[in-house]
Design a protein around this ligand. Structure first.
Ligand SMILES: NC(=O)c1ccc[n+]([C@@H]2O[C@H](COP(=O)([O-])OP(=O)(O)OC[C@H]3O[C@@H](n4cnc5c(N)ncnc54)[C@H](OP(=O)(O)O)[C@@H]3O)[C@@H](O)[C@H]2O)c1
Length: 369
């Protein structure tokens, strides 16, 4: 297999380094702004990758939606398999990319886009062959988990914990996508789409982050024998309806999510037959993530396939009757709500956040119908 790598940063560089020792996959071209000498010729010419018939697969690690989306489409149309670590492009264009790949008879894989180095999506796909998942979720954002860890373990304030995450390279200079829950939501969307054969859109899943969390919120959680984690949940009801939420939650101290520390992830799936399974490990980082992408390449070498071989239909979120009890703290103090309609409460909270209010909201109790 001969591949081209798009983007020679943390992950693209990791992919190239891992493949140096692997005879089955060779890197023929690298497209990026800055590339090593060996690949410098035509490095900035994407068209030459498309025209190169020896290149059967493109590994994308540019990040962001554009130009990654256009390049992936062009590569697929040129008959090349597409493998990406880029959750932003997958979450934004899931259906188009999967359909285009199916149309062109090539593979579209994105294992590294959720859970970094954790072999989550390949195992979810495997489970799905013989079981019916009805819940996916867990802790999918290592940056927030690292910040929460610093606050609980070291008594740091939010700003100090965020600065530490940035210093360690876990958070970007603009940390909004992480601390507002958007990154976690993308990973939930991709996981739910894969688990339930549906196509959700980002905007319809309510997402809350930890931007406004304070030490007193941990104290409130502790009074209830709980702690705070940024948690993803997506359910498929027996009637096929799907509901999903990304939000901080008060999780039991004795539970699996409270046992996730530092920048680790722990992702769950519940299958009708398999019961609850979980997958943990490093949700980011050069070599863990690049390795997950390389595993996709090796899988392609064995068998060409896409995630959706049987086709898939757009499914809208439908969370009528889903009741949730929230902890809400604003400038006037904290309160715990009565169980209320999740979508309605989320919309009210989002309007307050959009108006610039410093509101911290966490799910106290998971909703039940
Ligand atoms: N880092 C992680 O731990 C991690 C984990 C899971 C998934 N991912 C995903 O992997 C992808 C890559 O992340 P990363 O951390 O490797 O990012 P990065 O270090 O910023 O690397 C991106 C690379 O792409 C190049 N690039 C970006 N836009 C370009 C353009 N329009 N034309 C040419 N070159 C371009 C950049 O060049 P310059 O440096 O010159 O700008 C850089 O070399 C992202 O989608 C990210 O979400 C990353």
């Amino acid at each position: 297999m001969k591949i081209a790598i798009l983007g020679f940063g943390t992950i693209g560089g990791g992919i190239e380094a891992i493949l140096r020792d692997m005879p089955d996959v060779s890197v023929k071209r690298i497209f990026s702004r800055h590339v090593p000498e060996k690949f410098a010729a035509e490095a900035s010419d994407f068209a030459s990758i498309l025209q190169d018939e020896e290149i059967d697969t493109v590994a994308e690690a540019l990040g962001g939606v554009e130009p990654a989306y256009s390049y992936l489409c062009e590569a697929i149309r040129a008959g090349k398999n597409a493998v990406t670590a880029n959750k932003a492009v997958v979450a934004a264009h899931y259906a188009d990319l999967a359909a285009l790949a199916a149309e062109n008879g090539v593979a579209f894989r994105f294992s590294a886009a959720v859970g970094g180095g954790i072999p989550w999506l390949p195992n979810l796909e495997r489970l799905k062959r013989a079981d019916r998942p009805d819940l996916v979720g867990g802790i999918m954002n290592g940056t927030c988990n690292y910040i929460l860890t610093r606050m609980v373990r070291d008594g740091a304030g939010f700003a100090e914990a965020l600065a530490s995450a940035q210093e360690k390279g876990f958070a970007e200079r603009d940390p909004s996508a992480d601390i507002d829950g958007l990154d976690a939501r993308r990973k939930l969307l991709i996981s739910a789409n894969t688990a339930f054969d549906c196509v959700l859109s980002e905007e319809e899943i309510p997402a809350f982050g930890i931007r406004h969390i304070r030490p007193e919120d941990f104290a409130a959680a502790a009074q209830a024998g709980k702690t705070v984690r940024l948690v993803n949940r997506a359910f498929r009801e027996p009637d096929g309806r799907i509901r999903a939420l990304t939000a901080p939650a008060f999780v039991p101290l004795s539970g699996a999510e409270a046992a996730v520390w530092e920048n680790e992830n722990r992702i769950f799936v519940r299958g009708e037959r398999a019961g609850l399974q979980s997958f943990g490990g490093l949700g980011a980082g050069r070599y863990p993530t690049a390795l997950n992408l390389v595993q996709d390449l090796l899988d392609l070498g064995r068998e060409k396939k896409v995630y959706y071989q049987k086709g898939f239909a757009p499914a809208r979120l439908d969370d009528r009757g889903w009741l949730t009890r929230w902890y809400i703290r604003d400038l006037t103090g904290s309160r715990i709500t009565e169980p209320a309609d999740t979508a309605e409460t989320a919309a009210l909270l989002q309007a307050r956040l959009a108006a610039g209010e410093a509101v911290f909201a966490a799910v106290m109790e998971e909703g039940s119908r």
